[in-house]
Write a protein that binds this ligand. Structure first.
Ligand SMILES: [Cu+2]
Length: 303
């Protein structure tokens, strides 16, 4: 899976040192690398590339795509050769700056709404940048009226995904009432060969028992979650029952982007703010199923 597409690429040295030395210590004890999952086939709207009906368009049309990454564990990219995407909403929230991009990237559970102007007639593969996954189905055909022949794929030029491209230019977020510090870490192969994941050193238990909340909110206050990733994996971080504003990404302040899932890059940090405006128990977790199931989750309550 691609790991180097996020921008800015700034890594935090101390997080990198912590993550790398934990990994080295685990491997030195003779542990293998923790299991990952792979897939044999891929679909868009239930069909592998080359099966089902194409998306039929006419030259000059503007087509709005609502795209959701429904994979339990994978990050996906999407490109349509010769076309660009005007991103108008992220996770259902209109963006302040609907910029044009050649490629979309979505972490697990992220949603993008984007308009494509159909101005490049042909029969095209709209698909993932990963050749192997696309060959195993990760794509759809876009067919212009009056055009025929085999669908064509052309790989786009290298492109980095930067959420702040869609943010409010020159704006700054209001100060929070309180900042919640979180550090995410991996225990390599610690759980029957699977990686165990922790938030501030604690793995959320995967049992039926009710466990007490780790973070306590007061209604009406603005909270900032400062997330620091001491692992080399990208984590699509999700907060239930609230939307958050992205206020800092890899050391770069930003404002105006509302989301409920955000990808946090390996050894990077990011900050999100939310208003505690929906009393009740609220889960916070990595949306990568294999991370969530092995501890990467925590609970907020209102007090
Ligand atoms: Cu994760």
């Amino acid at each position: 899976m691609a790991m180097d597409f996020l921008s800015p690429p700034t890594r935090v040295k101390s997080l990198e040192q912590a993550g790398e030395s934990a990994m080295k210590a685990s491997l030195a004890k003779g542990m293998p690398h923790g299991y990952e999952v792979g897939y044999g086939s891929f679909t868009i709207n239930g069909r592998m590339l080359g099966h089902g009906e194409p998306i039929r368009v006419k030259q000059g049309e503007r087509v709005l795509f609502h795209i959701l990454n429904g994979s339990a564990t994978e990050i996906r990219s999407l490109a349509l050769p010769g076309h660009s995407f005007q991103v108008v909403a992220l996770d259902g929230n209109p963006v302040p700056n609907p910029a044009q991009v050649p490629v979309l990237w979505l972490g697990t559970a992220e949603r993008i709404s984007a308009i494509v102007e159909m101005n490049h007639p042909g029969v095209w593969v709209m698909g993932d940048l990963a050749d192997d996954d696309r060959r195993h189905g990760m794509g759809s055909v876009v067919e212009y009226a009056g055009r025929g022949g085999r669908p064509k794929w052309i790989a786009p030029a290298p492109f980095h995904w930067d959420y702040t491209r869609f943010a409010k230019v020159g704006a700054t977020a209001p100060s929070p009432d309180e900042t919640i510090e979180m550090i995410f870490a991996k225990d390599n192969a610690a759980e029957e060969g699977f990686n165990r994941w922790t938030i501030n050193g604690v793995a959320f238990p995967m049992s039926d028992e009710m466990i007490p909340a780790s973070f306590h909110l007061k209604e009406g206050k603005r909270y900032r979650i400062r997330m620091r990733n001491a692992s080399d994996d990208i984590h699509p971080i999700h907060l239930h029952r609230h939307s958050f504003e992205l206020t800092s990404l890899a050391g770069k302040p930003t404002a105006g982007l509302l989301k409920d899932v955000v990808m946090l890059g390996g050894y990077q940090e990011a900050e999100v703010d939310f208003i505690a405006d929906n009393p009740g128990l609220t889960l916070f977790h990595c949306h990568q199923q294999l991370h969530m199931d092995y501890g990467f989750m925590t609970l907020f309550d209102y007090v």
